[in-house]
Write a new protein. Structure first.
Lengths: 98, 394
């Protein structure tokens, strides 16, 4: 199971706690994890990636194992520890404003 | 027993204020959707328990919420809480999806508008500014969005389709954003003709359809805007809000960036009725529920300062359809007040006497239960108010 930590507002929207678990078949990439999140929690469609372009929303970032994955290819494999479930993928709202 | 339900959208959540027909004591509930910008909430006149809400965020995009029990519980249309959608069912999450129609058959491939610097800029969906439920079908609702376009849902907000004839009108490359973005913020439905709809865009102007949204025409003749290259251009005017009495369709009142305007022919032409207002800049405008010649505005000092003049919060009322205005001040702060009242933040109920409501950038919601003669703050300290709507409950 892939562990994903969601930002506060998306937890409220999806009626979940801070961490969700997603079952992924095949290679685990950012794209497959996000597809899995949206399949399991369809109300989050469009909130992490744009509905049409599928691009990461500008004020969101992806981190795991101390690495910034925000600018990685969505089809690149995620770190082994995320695949193994020992580390979560963090989806974080950028600090913007005051 | 009659009563009212006031729906307040703020920068950090929504609030519902309820009272009986006297409108003296209020119950306040909220915040709903805490932390999110709630651009607009509006109830259906067909089914008052049906309320649509626009929840939006610079981080997470657009979410449409719906209540079928008068605001007690909410869900995203097509995504009921805890409900799994089976094969062939409505895809969840579609209610948040607003996709511009660029097909050659219907929408025409219109993809750019004018940017602040005069260059062309791609059309990009940002948020829903205004939701307007149909006057005849509870499941039909219109959405005015940024970048400017109008969408329609016929399934209670589960899915949305653009009425692309508006952007396909051909003047789109001349539309440009105002300070708040290029938003379609006003939708007025004609109760006497379900095929007639008025909309307004900052900064393009007002438009009207007479065929249910298939085709649209600009209705800006008579507007004069010194801030655009051609002050009397067909489009490009920064219309802030348009109001119409349902008792007298075809007579429209407009608060333009500068100037208060009136049309007696469904927008075909406009005349200025700013008269003796201390300033004719402002955002809100509304019409008394029972007196179609009684109009309300809140003058704002200027487009560079965006607060009320002289530190005094004054609603101005005209009982003559414009030109002659009187300040309404009883119960409103008359010193050290520097708030703004945004374009969708005034509403009227249909009780007798007519109730008037407005919210401020400072988080106050004021109500008058006597057509504006006296005012009282229902709440003082909400987040900045973006929108106010009222439902009259029988």
């Amino acid at each position: 199971m892939i562990r994903v930590v969601l930002p506060q507002h998306l937890r409220t929207l999806a009626h979940v706690g801070s961490e969700v678990q997603i079952e992924i078949q095949g290679t685990v990439t950012l794209r497959s994890v996000l597809d899995g999140i949206e399949a399991q929690y369809p109300m989050l469609q469009g909130t992490i990636r744009d509905h049409v372009t599928q691009q990461r929303r500008p004020f969101l970032r992806f981190f795991a194992c101390g690495e910034d994955l925000s600018h990685e290819s969505p089809d690149a494999p995620v770190p082994d520890a995320v695949v193994a479930g020992t580390e979560p993928l963090l989806i974080i709202g950028a600090i913007a404003g005051g | 027993m009659s009563g009212v339900r006031v729906l307040v959208g703020t920068r950090k959540g929504a609030f519902i204020l309820t009272s009986d027909g006297k409108r003296e004591k209020w119950d306040v509930s909220g915040p709903l959707f805490a932390g999110w910008e709630m651009y607009h909430l509006k109830g259906s006149s067909v089914d008052p328990n049906r309320i649509y809400a626009s929840q939006t965020s610079g981080w997470f995009g657009q979410v449409i919420q719906r209540s079928d029990d008068g605001g007690k519980t909410w869900f995203q249309p097509g995504t009921p809480k805890g409900e799994e959608t089976g094969p062939g069912g409505m895809p969840k999450g579609e209610s948040n999806k607003f996709v511009y129609d660029v097909s050659t058959g219907s929408g025409k491939p219109l993809t750019t508008h004018q940017w602040y610097d005069g260059t062309q800029h791609p059309w990009e969906f940002k948020r829903v500014w205004h939701l307007e439920p149909s006057l005849t079908e509870a499941d039909t609702v219109y959405a005015g969005v940024e970048d400017a376009a109008i969408f329609k849902s016929k399934d209670g907000g589960k899915t949305w389709q653009e009425l692309s004839g508006l952007r396909g009108h051909g003047t789109g490359p001349q539309w440009q954003p105002g300070a708040g973005g290029m938003c379609l913020h006003t939708i007025v439905l004609d109760p006497s003709d379900p095929r007639r709809i008025y909309i307004a865009i900052s900064a393009a102007g007002a438009f009207r359809t007479d065929d249910g949204g298939e085709t649209w025409k600009p209705i800006n003749k008579g507007l004069h805007s010194l801030y655009i290259p051609n002050p009397t251009a067909e489009v490009g005017h920064c219309v802030h809000h348009v109001a119409m009495s349902p008792k007298r369709p075809g007579v429209l009142f407009m608060q333009k960036h500068w100037d208060v305007m009136r049309s007696d022919n469904a927008g075909d032409s406009w005349t200025e009725v700013s008269g003796n207002l201390p300033t004719d800049f402002g955002f809100v405008i509304d019409v008394h529920a029972h007196e179609p010649e009684t109009v309300y505005v809140v003058p704002i000092k200027s487009d560079s300062e965006h607060f009320v003049p002289d530190g005094k919060l004054r609603v101005y009322r005209s009982k003559t359809g414009g030109n002659e205005w009187e300040p309404l001040t009883k119960g409103l702060p008359q010193e050290n007040c520097f708030v703004n009242v945004l374009r969708d933040a005034m509403a009227v109920d249909s009780l007798d006497k007519c109730g008037i409501y407005f919210g401020t950038s400072g988080g106050q919601v004021y109500a008058s239960n006597d057509s504006g003669d006296t005012w009282k703050a229902i709440v003082h300290d909400l987040p900045g108010v973006l929108s106010v709507e009222v439902q009259t409950l029988k």
